[in-house]
Ligand binder design. Structure first.
Ligand SMILES: *Cc1c(COP(=O)(O)O)cnc(C)c1O
Length: 446
């Protein structure tokens, strides 16, 4: 397992993160436990910001809430001066409840409800990333109703789709997100937004995928967006003030992953913009909105090992006290993770095992074929790189309570999300009176 950020192995042979011994964290907070390296989060944010500062261009770095959204996280995003991208009423509410300034929040999503739009307009958010024609109509009419002007940038589907190690160019991009570029819909939407009385069109957005290592894809996407900007400028006099290039920068989950540092992606995007927008009176303000590359490597999940089962000559299954409820990614898209024994971190690997979750699904396997020291019931397993899309995708399958989250820094641990209780699990359940036990029915009639 890689030791990202402040992770290290201490003199007792225990994994330590943010100066905190993970064995002690397990004793104090229980397992499964999400441990988040606060310093590493801040470091990643600053790396993106510094890289842009070096370019001399105007920019904004946003953080994509969906990767990991809690009130404490919103405070860090605010302290570091980033914008915040939200995709739902819940993410917006979380940010506002954490006193995140509305004027640095912007709203994404392909199906914003009228209520969500009203909430955001009332809160006074920075802008909407409009996704489709229905939304443009809603934005115009709700802004009109409220006597406000809604700032928008348009989400464009640029016909560039990137995957971990490759990208493809598609003609007509078949995507549920955004206005299609090739068919001319993006241009049509731009004219509509430009002419709408209560909309302020400020620019364009695209997001070409996630966990991308292929930097050429970003260059190509910038060129396509510049093409759209040029047409909109020449034909309609629309100025692209903001160009948001999305997120998707890759991180290192396993040895085969070789991501570039944040600075590299920023340089690629910035120099592509400098070239492709050279003929405009001004460069657009460049926005990016990483999620995974800010929080992914900062997260470690700590589990207690329970049962161990050997199928002779086939495989040894080692079961932990969590699984697809706290980390859905292996089951959802075969994501790979690395792990170590947190309480015996210095010991040599002696066997190959597979890590199983505790849910009633054969697909609930966290890691296949990992080398570990000979494991015993009660050992602590640390899975690295779980900061992004783990807590935010956590669920209560099998009625398993969601784990606690602690932020660690400088030898101190702060609980930022409490572990769900059994009472929490049933707190929204209701038993209709006809199903109540007879004794209670009689009682309620009285
Ligand atoms: C998911 C998403 C992001 C963040 O992606 P990461 O891979 O976590 O960096 C940014 N923008 C949009 C529109 C997204 O859908």
């Amino acid at each position: 397992m890689f030791l990202h950020g402040t992770s290290r192995i201490n003199n007792q042979g225990h994994l330590e993160v943010g100066g905190c011994d993970t064995v002690e964290l397990a004793q104090k907070y229980g397992t499964p436990l999400y441990i988040v390296d606060e310093q590493l989060i801040r470091q990643r944010m600053r790396e993106f910001v510094r890289a842009f500062e070096k370019t001399g261009l105007s920019f904004q770095v946003g953080y994509a809430s969906k990767a990991f959204s809690t009130m404490a996280m919103c405070r860090i995003v605010d302290e570091e001066g980033l914008l915040l991208d939200v995709v739902s009423e819940g993410e917006l509410y979380t940010a506002l409840a954490a006193d995140f300034p509305a004027e640095r929040i912007y709203f994404h999503g392909n199906n914003k409800s009228p209520m969500e739009i009203e909430l955001a307009l009332d809160a006074g958010i920075r802008l909407f990333v409009a996704d489709n024609f229905v939304e443009l109509e809603m934005l115009q009419s709700l802004a009109l109703e409220k006597g406000k002007k809604a700032s928008v940038i348009l989400r464009v589907s640029p016909g560039v789709e990137a995957h971990t190690h490759a990208y493809i160019q598609t003609g007509q991009e078949d995507s549920k997100f955004g206005f299609d570029l090739v068919s001319g819909q993006a241009k049509q939407a731009a004219l509509l937004a430009h002419q709408a009385s209560h909309l302020e069109l400020e620019g364009f957005h695209c997001h070409i995928g996630s966990q991308i290592f292929e930097t050429e894809a970003f260059q190509l996407a910038v060129e396509k967006m510049a093409g759209l900007s040029t047409e909109c400028y020449r034909q309609y006099g629309i100025e692209t003030r903001i160009l948001n290039m999305g997120g998707g920068f890759g991180i290192r989950y396993e040895a085969a992953d070789t991501p570039k540092p944040p600075e590299h992606y920023v340089q690629i995007i910035a120099s592509a913009v400098t070239r492709a927008f050279a003929h405009f009176p001004r460069y657009p303000e460049i926005w990016i909105e990483p999620g995974r590359s800010i929080v992914g490597e900062a997260g470690t999940t700590l589990y207690t090992i329970g049962t161990v089962k050997e199928v002779p000559g086939v495989r040894k299954y080692v079961a932990v006290d969590g699984g697809m409820t706290d980390n859905l990614r292996p089951a959802l898209y075969n994501a790979k993770y690395e792990a170590m024994l947190a309480n015996r971190a210095k010991e040599e690997a002696g066997e190959t095992v597979s890590i199983a979750g505790k849910c009633c699904e054969s697909g609930d396997m966290l890691i296949w074929d990992i080398r570990l020291p000979e494991v015993r019931q009660g050992d602590l397993l640390a899975v690295s790189c779980t900061g992004a899309y783990n807590y935010s995708m956590a669920n209560n399958y099998n009625r398993i309570p969601r784990p606690a989250v602690v932020f660690v820094q400088n030898g101190k641990a702060d609980l930022v999300v409490e572990r769900e209780t059994l009472q929490d699990l049933i707190s929204h359940d209701r038993i209709p009176s006809r199903l109540k036990k007879k004794s209670e029915q009689i009682h309620s009639i009285k």
